[in-house]
Design a protein around this ligand. Structure first.
Ligand code: PAJ
Length: 257
């Protein structure tokens, strides 16, 4: 696996491969990789000649500086996992490399980014959409892979690709869960053992409750601080806090629930 930190080096590599007709899949991540990330990686390896994984803890999408400071960054073990999976390329850019403009230029979505996660994390999706646009431009990939775990993010990235006529196809991948239903997340490692034991009740309530209101009540009774539980079309979206850790999840509504 080749690891790039400098953009011109990566671009030269990609230019040569594109000329040779070699296809590329991109998996953007913030590192602290787990099976959820690796499911995207495997899908990309299946569907493309080469796979590029980006690892960048994007500061502009963290509205809470404590959350950013606490974000795990086990770079060496991440790279080892990617190597083991058979990934061809990793790109690990520095902050000033991705933001030469100091974030003066940004992508703003004015409607759907303001609900749910956006309502609780002001500016979060501006940061996400801006860095995703940068990564898509840099990667020059045929496909880019995103998890349904971050449902609203996936929808907004699809919208971004459409709005700006981006040539990369956006591919959504199912949420990977632990056996007890808890969606895998880099933040799960911050749960105490007692919190980890209680956490699966989050997913259970979303699946079992007949309405979003009843799900909220069940969660509050279970000791969660609820940021939101909302039904939107055929999806139920939710975020809760358990101790100091914020968890998000979503489930399909209707027959396949
Ligand atoms: P991160 O949280 O590292 O997630 C990277 C990708 O992995 C996202 O597309 C996310 O939806 C997916 N993912 C995370 N947990 C998953 C799970 N349990 N099952 C399936 N997929 C999962 O999301 C981000 O980083 C950032 O916002 C990013 C898109 C990289 C922009 O900075």
């Amino acid at each position: 696996m080749k690891v790039f930190t400098e953009l011109p080096d990566w671009r030269a590599e990609r230019r040569a491969e594109r000329r040779a007709g070699i296809g590329l899949g991109l998996v953007p991540t913030m590192g602290a990789l787990h099976e959820g990330h690796l499911s995207l990686v495997r899908r990309s390896l299946d569907e493309n000649d080469r796979t590029l994984v980006s690892i960048f803890v994007n500061p502009t999408q963290f509205n809470d500086p404590t959350d950013l400071a606490a974000y795990p960054q086990p770079l060496e073990s991440d790279l080892a996992l990617l190597r083991e999976a058979g990934v061809h390329y990793a790109i690990v850019p520095r902050r000033d490399t991705l933001y030469p403009d100091g974030y003066r230029y940004r992508v703003v979505e004015t409607e759907r980014s303001r609900a749910y996660e956006g309502a609780h994390r002001p500016g979060h999706f501006d940061g996400v959409l801006t860095v995703v646009l940068k990564l898509l431009q840099i990667a020059d990939a045929d496909r880019a892979y995103f998890g349904e775990k971050d449902w609203q993010q996936l929808e907004l990235v699809r919208g971004l690709a459409e709005a700006f006529f981006l040539p990369t196809a956006i591919v959504g991948c199912p949420t990977v869960r632990d056996a007890d239903g808890l969606a895998l997340s880099s933040r799960n490692s911050r749960l105490s053992s007692d919190e980890r034991r209680r956490a699966p009740a989050f997913h259970r309530a979303l699946v079992a409750a007949p309405s979003a209101d009843l799900a909220r009540r069940a969660l509050e009774t279970g000791g969660f601080d609820v940021d939101y539980v909302e039904d939107d079309g055929d999806r139920r979206l939710a975020a809760v806090r358990l101790g100091g850790v914020r968890l998000i999840d979503n489930v399909p509504l209707g027959s396949d629930r």
